[in-house]
Structures are given as structure tokens and as C-alpha cells.
Design a protein. Structure first.
Length: 356
């Protein structure tokens, strides 16, 4: 069985989250609190059980999803023993290993951006996850939260640049759309840490960056010192409460035919097929409103803003797009009928207007 590897991105904080899986077991690195439904959907679709959540350091620009993922899955939380956080199950130190399936990540301490920065290296050294210690053609700042440019210079050169040249490096953030680099590239081309730059040059450069503090530091840092646990210890609702829904990695809430059949008239059923399909061989669900997908953006005002909407099409593709259009129009209680009319008919639920 091959390694499963996915690189995920949070637009608001420009944070990368990494999923690694093997033999049905998985690790998530640097999850973002607001992206938990996305991450759980991907784990479910790939058939993976989350065993460990790792943070590369105590973040100042977003709240980690570690605690919430633990509440939802029972996964352990791992972070550097020097991070100063409470609630971690695995206080990690240099040389420790974190297994998943038949594979593992090894821990290399890379302080300098913070005291508790760690780089996680895949067992065959083909990949390393550097957090904010080393970014693509850049590095983490050193002007707050125990930052120290000389420690960071030493960390990167001793713990990251000592890896093989072709080791792929995956950062905690990128603000220019770059996704991956390599040890060899950064040794040669990183303008802060590569080439012939000396420790004194680096320290002088970093001391005079003059950057503003991260926008979310007053929220993120206190939360991340608790592994992302809210101050009130209350986890947010895992799903909308008006129906039993499931979130997909495609970003859509779905409802199964049996659940829709049970809640019936409590929701608006919006069929987005063409008229000939609506009255064609598959028929339509009783009480459904027909608005073809091509007309939906201009006709959203015909829907009751106060009632949930379930979108329907033949197999679920067009109706998934309909939820995107409706959300842009300001509707929030939305779900797509999983599998569309094909699955509805497959369950033997009643239809109107079907050809026999």
C-alpha cells in the first residue's frame, strides 16, 4: 500500500495542513480550527483513522484544530515539549518518532522562530515538514514569542539543511502560492539562509525586518497554549442542527435520501434539472420546486430565506453546484441530496410524474 499524502490550504491564514496516511492510519500536521469539517471529510472519504495530530509550533496567526480533532476522533495531540502548551498527549523531543500504520515521522527540534518549533521528517527522508522555521525562499520571523535569529540560523543549517538535497520541504505557510521546495533549492537560493550568508548577516537582517504583529495573535496564542481548546471548553456544533447532514471534501453538506424522506415538508426541495427531466423517467419528489441550474442565480428570490433548502438533480452534481450559488446569494441552511434522484429512486421512495 502506497503512502497517502495530501497538502491542504486555508485561504484566510495562508496555512498549509498536511495529511499522511498508511494502512488505514493517519497523521494531520498543523490543522486549522475552521477547517475541521474539511479535514474530517477527507479522512472519511479516504478510509483513514486519525491517530495523531501534530503542530509544528504554537501558532500566532491561526487557532489550531488539534483539540477539536481530538474531541471528534480521539486522536492524540503532539507538539514540542518546549512549546509550553497544556493538553498535549505527546511532548515531543529530538529523535522521537510518531508512527502511523507502517510508517513514521521523526522529530527534529528547530527552535528560533519559537522555542517549541519542530520539523517532522518522514522515515525515508523523502519529505520534511518545517512549519515556520524554514519557508520557501524565506523563514519564520524572530522578533517575538521567544524568537532568536541565531538559534534559527543554527536550527535550519543543522537540522534541515543536513537532510539529503532531494528531500522535499513543506512549509507551514506560503503567501505567494508556492507549495513545495527542496533542501538543495533552499541551500542555494534562500535569500535569508542559503548560499554564503553568515550567521551575523542573518541576525542583522532579521533584527531589522520591522514587521507588524500577526492580526490574530491576541486570539490565536492563548487558544494555542491550550492546544486550541476554547476558553469555555465547549466544542462548536459538528453539523447543522436542522437535519442529519454529512460534509464532503468537496465542501458541500449532503443529506441522505432516507433523512430527507423523514423530515419531509420541513424543508424546501429545489430541483435544478431541466423541465423535461423534472417530468421525465425519474420523476420528481412531491412538493419540489423546479428552477433549472442555469436560471438559479437570477431566481434565488423565489425561495423562502427562513427555511432550509435541499437541492436535487439526477445524480448530485448539478445540485452540489446549486448550493454554491445559493450560499453566494446569502442562504445558509443548505444541503445537497446525496446521489440525486437516482439514489432516491434506488431507495424506493415515492416520486411524481415518473414514466413507467
Amino acid at each position: 500500500m502506497m503512502l497517502i499524502f495530501r497538502q491542504l490550504f486555508d485561504v484566510e491564514s495562508s496555512t498549509y495542513t498536511y495529511l499522511l496516511g498508511d494502512s488505514g492510519k493517519a497523521i494531520l500536521i498543523d490543522p486549522v480550527f475552521e477547517q475541521i469539517e474539511r479535514d474530517l471529510a477527507l479522512l472519511g472519504e479516504l478510509g483513514l483513522t486519525l491517530e495523531t495530530v501534530l503542530d509544528t509550533h504554537c501558532h500566532a496567526d491561526h487557532v489550531t484544530g488539534a483539540w477539536l480533532l481530538q474531541q471528534r476522533t480521539g486522536a492524540q495531540i503532539g507538539i514540542s515539549a518546549h512549546a509550553g502548551v497544556e493538553g498535549a498527549d505527546l511532548p515531543l523531543k529530538q529523535g522521537d518518532t510518531v508512527p502511523f500504520g507502517r510508517r513514521y515521522l521523526s522529530v527534529r527540534e528547530t527552535p528560533g522562530h519559537t522555542d517549541g518549533c519542530a520539523t517532522y521528517v518522514l522515515d525515508d527522508e523523502s519529505k520534511a515538514f518545517t512549519g515556520d522555521a524554514l519557508l520557501i525562499r524565506s523563514c519564520g520571523r524572530t522578533d517575538f514569542q521567544q524568537g532568536d535569529p541565531r538559534r534559527l540560523f543554527s536550527s535550519v543549517h543543522q537540522q534541515v539543511f543536513s537532510l539529503p538535497e532531494d528531500t522535499e520541504l513543506y512549509p507551514g505557510h506560503d503567501y505567494s502560492g508556492r507549495m513545495v521546495t527542496s533542501v538543495g533549492e533552499e541551500r542555494r537560493h534562500n535569500p535569508r539562509l542559503g548560499g554564503e550568508i553568515s550567521e551575523n548577516d542573518f541576525a542583522g537582517y532579521m533584527t531589522n525586518l520591522g514587521l507588524a504583529h500577526p492580526k490574530k495573535i491576541d486570539i490565536a496564542l492563548p487558544a494555542n497554549l491550550r492546544c486550541g481548546r476554547p476558553a469555555n471548553d465547549i466544542a462548536p456544533a459538528s453539523a447543522p442542527e436542522w437535519a442529519p447532514l454529512k460534509f464532503t471534501f468537496g465542501g458541500v453538506w449532503e443529506i441522505d435520501p432516507s433523512a430527507l424522506e423523514e423530515i419531509g415538508t420541513r424543508v424546501q426541495i429545489l430541483d435544478v434539472r431541466e423541465a423535461e427531466e423534472f417530468n421525465g423517467p425519474l420523476g420528481h419528489i412531491e412538493g419540489a420546486r423546479l428552477i433549472p441550474l442555469g436560471e438559479l442565480a437570477e431566481r434565488t428570490g423565489e425561495l423562502d430565506q427562513a427555511r432550509p433548502v435541499v437541492t436535487v438533480c439526477r445524480s448530485g452534481g448539478r445540485s452540489a453546484q446549486a448550493t454554491v450559488i445559493l450560499r453566494r446569494a446569502g442562504l445558509t441552511e443548505l444541503a445537497n441530496l446525496a446521489g440525486g434522484m437516482l439514489r432516491w429512486r434506488g431507495h424506493g421512495f415515492p416520486v411524481v410524474g415518473a414514466s413507467t
